[in-house]
Write a protein that binds this ligand. Structure first.
Ligand SMILES: Nc1ncnc2c1ncn2[C@@H]1O[C@H](COP(=O)(O)OP(=O)(O)O)[C@@H](O)[C@H]1O
Ligand SMILES: CC(=O)OP(=O)(O)O
Ligand SMILES: [Mg+2]
Length: 373
């Protein structure tokens, strides 16, 4: 099985032989997705390929399960481009090239939004005119679902408890970043919304702000809507605050006392802390907090600062464990809430979901054949 994760600026791929990874790679700063994907497929030995699994970021209200790709599915994903303009076009490029190069190989779309189909209505609803919201699909969809699903499952394993009994806050801190409250394996709150712009501070995205900022920039600064979109998606977050979107650079500049990098770090961590508090309250009982993705897995100062001063809430980070590496618990023994680091594996989760859809299809076909006989 080939898994393609075509992101907003990169292509990640993974080739599996059953559960074993036989090849993988990453192309960064991709602008021409067709060329990048031809390069990827030329590198790989794809003889005997049984399936291709694709990450698709926005599945709207329709796609709540991984889905076998047809022309009609492609058209529906194209219809969702306005809701994920940075992501769905890249995902579609991957699908188009793979279908062209690998005709006859079943292809499956695994949606970032699908894991959040369990959001309670009150979590998914924005407090605006209900008729307007309905007409225009204004709804909290949530993203990074394959990551939150994978990481919350691994967290239950680390706690050595059944997933159904564990309440976790998962913090996916990559280029894009989102928080999720997972109750017994089900997403019940998440910080990204209609699009992947809401919520936490990100590399280049602002996350939460007063919506009136947009009116103000339009009316007072005279910016066009597309310019504001570009400002908030591409020139904000860490980049907007400190001139660089990469947390590694923020950390090294902060260590030398750089004021802009220090402020960017503080804004970033404070936002995480306020989501942790909010989701703790929503869950009522919290068992674990788990950090994942590039920043969450690697930036010890971000983990320490985001959870600093919460001992009275049962949340504590052990300095030595925090400085370690790999999948692990970083809270002290006996702490009421277990704090974990779990490297995410979106490609493995996509492979697992792709396989389960295709097995389900084959079983259904088998049953239909039996019926006919
Ligand atoms: N060693 C590190 N220390 C701090 N931050 C890191 C480190 N390694 C990676 N990062 C951060 O992780 C980000 C990328 O995260 P990743 O999950 O790979 O992103 P995405 O998949 O969304 O492109 C980088 O922009 C960088 O800020
Ligand atoms: C949905 C999203 O923000 O994805 P990424 O982090 O890959 O940009
Ligand atoms: Mg990512």
């Amino acid at each position: 099985m080939l898994v393609l994760n075509c992101g907003s600026s990169s292509v990640k791929y993974r080739l599996y032989d059953k559960d074993a990874t036989v090849d993988k790679g990453l192309l960064e700063r991709v602008t021409d997705y067709d060329a990048a994907l031809y390069e990827v497929t030329a590198r790989l030995d794809l003889s005997g390929l049984g399936a291709v699994g694709h990450r698709v970021v926005h599945g709207g209200l329709r796609f709540t399960e991984p889905t076998v790709i047809t022309d009609e599915v492609v058209a529906a994903v194209e219809g969702l481009v306005p809701l994920a303009p940075l992501h769905n076009p890249a995902n579609l490029a991957g699908i188009a090239v793979a279908r062209r190069l690998l005709p006859g190989v079943p292809q499956v779309a695994v949606f970032d939004t699908a894991f959040h189909r369990t959001l309670p209505e009150a979590a998914a609803t924005y407090a605006i005119d209900a008729a307007v919201a309905r007409e225009h699909g204004i709804h909290r969809y949530g993203f990074h679902g394959t990551s939150h699903a994978y990481v919350s499952r691994r967290t239950a394993d680390l706690l050595d408890r059944p997933l159904e009994t564990v309440n976790t806050i998962t913090l996916h801190l990559g280029n894009g970043a989102s928080a999720c409250a997972v109750e017994g394996g089900r997403s019940v709150a998440t910080s990204m919304g209609l699009t992947p712009l809401e919520g936490l501070v990100m590399g280049t995205r602002s996350g939460d702000l007063d919506p009136a900022v947009i009116f103000h920039l339009r009316r007072t600064a005279g910016l066009g809507v597309d310019e504001i979109d570009d400002l908030l998606n591409h020139r904000s977050g860490l980049l907007g605050l400190a001139g660089v979107g990469d947390m590694r650079e923020i950390l090294s500049r902060r260590a030398t006392g750089d004021p802009a990098a220090t402020l960017a770090f503080d804004v970033y961590c404070r936002r995480i802390k306020s989501y942790v508090g909010a989701y703790y309250a929503l869950l009522g009982r919290l068992d674990a907090i788990t950090f994942t993705a590039g920043v969450g897995e690697n930036a010890a100062p971000v983990r320490a600062e985001s959870l600093a001063g919460l001992t009275r809430l049962g949340i504590e980070v052990d300095t030595e464990r925090n400085d370690g590496r790999g999948e692990r618990i970083i809270s002290p023994d006996g702490a009421p809430i277990t704090v974990c680091v779990v490297p995410t594996d979106e490609e493995l989760e996509i492979a697992t979901q792709t396989r389960s859809v295709l097995l389900g299809e084959r079983q259904e076909e088998g049953q239909r054949d039996q019926h006919r006989e």
